[in-house]
Ligand binder design. Structure first.
Ligand SMILES: CC(C)(COP(=O)(O)OP(=O)(O)OC[C@H]1O[C@@H](n2cnc3c(N)ncnc32)[C@H](O)[C@@H]1OP(=O)(O)O)[C@@H](O)C(=O)NCCC(=O)NCCS
Length: 156
């Protein structure tokens, strides 16, 4: 399995995250399918970097440092919602699982008080469903063609 490293996103990642967000498949699989404008993205991204309840992690391949994708955690109270977006050129190459696992390992260490992480996945998103199940998420419920999965964290 590919070795992946994880770090906090910073302002220099803004352009990549913007490009990945406007990719056709990403938009189709997102809650909001609209194209995002650069100004709106910039405001969202800068606010995200200083939002203590949001963690944006960049996953990179350990061998050459190339960026593979971004994992986002949005926390409220003692639970968090996760999402992943791989760079389009990095999909279908076996990087999704190591990226997700590395991000979850980072998150577990950074946020030990969080009890559960949820993933909201469109029912049509077979690749994402398989990915999350493979790393240990379990199905909770489906509502309006969105499936909710969860992983319990830091259990005693
Ligand atoms: C979801 C995403 C991270 C998955 O990464 P990926 O590299 O494309 O996925 P993989 O190639 O590792 O495939 C994951 C699994 O789905 C399967 N799969 C891949 N594409 C598929 C497709 N179009 N239809 C059905 N299954 C598919 C793979 O066979 C694999 O299954 P397995 O683990 O049982 O072998 C990536 O496609 C992505 O960034 N998509 C856009 C954003 C998105 O949908 N994010 C998820 C929102 S929570």
């Amino acid at each position: 399995m590919a070795s992946v490293s994880v770090r906090l996103a910073n302002i220099s990642d803004s352009g990549d995250i913007f490009a990945w967000r406007n990719d056709k498949l990403t938009r189709r699989m997102s809650h909001s399918t609209d194209k995002v404008e650069w100004e709106d993205h910039s405001k969202w991204f800068e606010a995200s970097l200083s939002n203590p309840n949001r963690l944006l992690l960049i996953c990179s391949l350990a061998n050459d440092g190339s960026k593979a994708g971004v994992v986002r955690f949005d926390t409220e109270s003692d639970e968090s919602v996760i999402s992943i977006n791989l760079a389009p050129s990095m999909r279908g190459k076996g990087f999704a699982k190591p990226c997700l696992e590395a991000a979850l390992t980072y998150f577990r260490k950074e946020k030990p008080a969080i009890k559960r992480v949820k993933a909201e996945i469109k029912s049509l998103n077979e690749a994402s469903r398989r990915l999350f199940v493979r790393v240990g998420f379990v199905f909770l419920e489906e509502m309006d063609s969105v499936e909710c999965f969860e992983m319990l964290m830091n259990q005693p």
